[in-house]
Design a protein around this ligand. Structure first.
Ligand SMILES: [Zn+2]
Length: 306
């Protein structure tokens, strides 16, 4: 990997991310609508059913060239498609530019594994986030494949996920005398159980406390079971410390959003929590030292002056 100039790697990662983002747009549209034959069937304009030609389906560029309108019926195409492509491209490029060059990983094959895991997680998180925003579901297709994949990855690549490593291992170090694969598997299992268990507890508690509100909004519980599975999936990859940090960030960002919304609309309404869990997970993946420093600075406030 060191033979390839860094800029080339970053550009290719970004372009790859744009394509993946385009594919994620298809998933976000089709998965919750149960017409998920991703491979078969070309994309059509939802209004005039015109099949979208390949040259009208180039990430970002086609949207700009068409002025955000369908070539057939001139129906507006949401800028969100292009933004999802850009965000995915940006995150892939960042993963290649910064994450891969953090010093901890020496073996090129480990770096490649790390990059692949980051790309997979970014894809799953982006798709889940927008499906949750549109439909208030976090699809089992992503969560229930993600949990076993996370457990497998934890056991197979403990150094990449939970060693003193760039992606998720900022705090952890495989303790001496412990078999790395066993340690990785234990980290994944603990991450999934703590992630899922935490939200399950929040759901039971929240439903009890806000019983009236939950009934008013015609919900079964304060927190959907999809959120529980989603955080179990993320926990399997982030490990138990990682998922706690991710949960902390998601609660803080969710509270900020809620207060902002209340300031403008005077109502909290119903907010899907999935997007905030995603913000938490991405923050831990890409900015873990920053969060840790923030937590340390906060704890410092309570230390009695010597
Ligand atoms: Zn059309």
């Amino acid at each position: 990997m060191d033979e390839v100039p860094r800029q080339v790697l970053v550009v290719f990662a970004g372009l790859f991310g744009l394509l993946v983002g385009s594919f994620l747009n298809v998933c976000i549209f089709r998965l919750p609508r149960r017409c998920m034959s991703i491979a078969g069937g070309r994309s059509k304009c939802p209004r005039c059913r015109r099949t979208i030609a390949w040259y009208d389906n180039i990430p970002v560029l086609s949207w700009i060239a068409l002025g955000g309108k369908c070539r057939g019926c001139r129906a507006a195409i949401s800028p969100r498609y292009a933004l999802i492509e850009l965000a995915t491209g940006g995150l892939f490029a960042y993963a290649a530019a910064v994450q891969l060059y953090r010093p901890a990983l020496e073996e090129p094959v480990q770096r490649a594994t790390l990059f692949a895991i980051q790309c997979y997680l970014v894809g799953a998180i982006v798709a889940s986030t927008f499906i949750d925003i549109d439909f208030e579901i976090l699809p089992d297709e992503i969560n229930l494949t993600g949990i076993p994949l996370g457990l497998l990855a934890g056991a197979a690549f403990p150094e990449v996920l939970f060693g003193e490593m760039p992606l998720l291992g900022w705090l952890e170090r495989v303790p001496e005398g412990v078999r790395p694969h066993l340690y990785g598997a234990a980290q994944s299992v603990a991450g999934a159980m703590i992630g899922g268990g935490l939200l399950w507890a929040v759901s039971i508690l929240g439903t009890a406390v806000f019983r009236k509100r939950v009934r008013e909004l015609k919900m079964d519980s304060a927190m959907g079971f999809g959120d529980v599975k989603y955080l179990a999936f993320l926990g399997a990859f982030l490990g138990w410390q990682g998922i706690l940090l991710a949960f902390l960030v998601s609660v803080l960002s969710g509270a900020l959003y809620g207060l902002g919304k209340f300031a403008f609309t005077r109502s909290f309404g119903k907010v899907p929590f999935g997007p905030f869990l995603s913000v938490g997970a991405l923050s831990v993946m890409f900015a873990r030292p920053l969060i840790v420093r923030g937590v340390e600075a906060y704890l410092e406030l309570f230390r009695p002056a010597a």
